[in-house]
Design a protein around this ligand. Structure first.
Ligand SMILES: Cc1ncc(COP(=O)(O)O)c(C=O)c1O
Length: 384
């Protein structure tokens, strides 16, 4: 069914496999960023983002960069030097968000979970009552561990015990694969990138800020310590394109935004709940198959496991250098470990976007087959 050239399936936790229509949007002929053909595409992409993030009035920002730029945007626009931020840390990306916040002189307190676990609601409650935090950050899925945070429960807790604290979600590895409802769950910022479950090549930072977050930004007292990340520059651009006018700050990546528009049209053409359910089902299928082979996961249990990726320990006697190249030679690319402490001991599989929502492509079957065949060749016993 696919018109794409034969290639190794990219089953890492981002970038993911891209739809043909998304790829052909990327090969549009040269188009001015202020042309009449591009303006409504950018404008509609901004509107469609609200649907995907389940918000009526929050402010989307679409900026060339990657997910990392979203951290800089939060740190530079919402946090003033010396303000306290509580970081819930479930792996590598919590460490890096902490470093980024520190770069802008935020005072960071971390609640750090053991590897494969997440901070309990009691621990978070205790931290929140120790001092007033300007913001709390949650990595929805830490891509280094595959641990899923319970954003809804944490946001409820924050609303109850520290209602002025802004709830910031790093959704780089969750938007489009995990349920996330900005308005209903009272979330102030969700940041993400194009290359994961949104199914667009890398290069876009996408951030959506609640009306409350925008008020905090407008009322800040100190100067913004960044030029490129400053919402003072980006807000007029977003407003202009949404009202179908062009305005220049820094040249937008025209073809990437066209690709984003195509993907968002596809995503919003079906109920989001169906999409989340498909991700849950595929995730369980992959995890069940690996469990049958006797493998163990990095997350401590299913409840705290992501639905768009799986982090799995190698069985006894198998190393990254054994499995990953063999699986690649079989036509499927998976990723090695990323966590600083356990990196060489585990591997990661991405299962997001069209690989999940279009089962006729058979990406998931090929991935499971190629991992289990190769593990068996490496001597693993199991009934799969
Ligand atoms: C959870 C999480 N946050 C942030 C990032 C950084 O995003 P990027 O690599 O697009 O800069 C990543 C990257 O994989 C991620 O997985």
């Amino acid at each position: 069914m696919s018109s794409q050239a034969n290639h190794k399936l990219c089953m890492v936790p981002g970038p993911v496999e891209f739809h043909e229509d998304v790829l052909s949007s990327m090969s549009t002929l040269a188009t001015s960023h202020v042309s009449a053909s591009f303006i409504p595409i950018f404008g509609e992409a901004i509107e469609l983002l609200r649907k995907v993030f389940c918000t009526e009035r929050a402010q989307p920002f679409v900026v060339s960069g990657s997910g990392t730029l979203g951290w800089d945007m939060v740190a530079s626009n919402l946090i003033e030097p010396g303000e306290d931020v509580l970081v819930l840390n479930t792996g590598y990306f919590g460490d890096s968000f902490t470093v980024c916040l520190g770069t802008y002189d935020a005072k960071v307190t971390q609640v750090k979970a053991d590897i494969g676990d997440r901070p309990s609601i009691e621990e978070i409650h205790q931290a929140l009552t120790q001092k007033k935090f300007k913001a709390i950050t949650i990595t929805h899925v830490d891509t280094s561990t595959g641990v899923l945070s319970d954003v809804k429960a944490i946001a409820e807790l924050v609303k109850r015990v520290s209602p002025e604290t802004l709830v910031i979600v790093d959704g780089v590895c969750s938007v489009g694969s995990e349920e996330i409802r900005m308005d209903e769950w009272n979330i102030d910022v969700v940041l993400t990138a194009s290359q994961k479950a949104l199914g667009v090549p890398p290069g876009l930072c996408i951030l959506v800020a609640s009306e409350r977050a925008m008020n905090v930004f407008h009322n800040r007292k100190t100067r913004i310590n960044s030029y490129y990340a400053s919402w003072s520059n980006w807000l007029p651009i977003m407003n202009a394109y949404e009202s179908r006018k062009a305005m220049y700050f820094a040249t937008p990546p025209v073809q990437l935004i066209m690709a984003l528009h195509t993907s968002l049209k596809q995503i919003t053409s079906r109920p989001l709940e169906q999409r989340f359910q498909q991700h849950r089902e595929v995730s369980n299928r992959i995890k069940d198959s690996l469990e049958k082979l006797g493998l163990k996961f990095v997350p401590k249990n299913r409840e705290l496991s992501a639905n768009g990726m799986t982090a799995v320990y190698y069985p006894e006697g198998v190393k990254a250098t054994d499995l990953i190249p063999k699986v690649a030679a079989h036509g499927v690319v998976i990723a090695g470990g990323l966590h600083k402490v356990i990196g060489p001991k585990y591997f990661r599989i991405g299962h997001m976007g069209i690989s999940v929502t279009e089962p006729e492509r058979e990406h998931i079957d090929k991935t499971i087959e190629s991992i289990s065949v190769n593990l068996k060749e490496l001597g693993l016993k199991g009934d799969n």
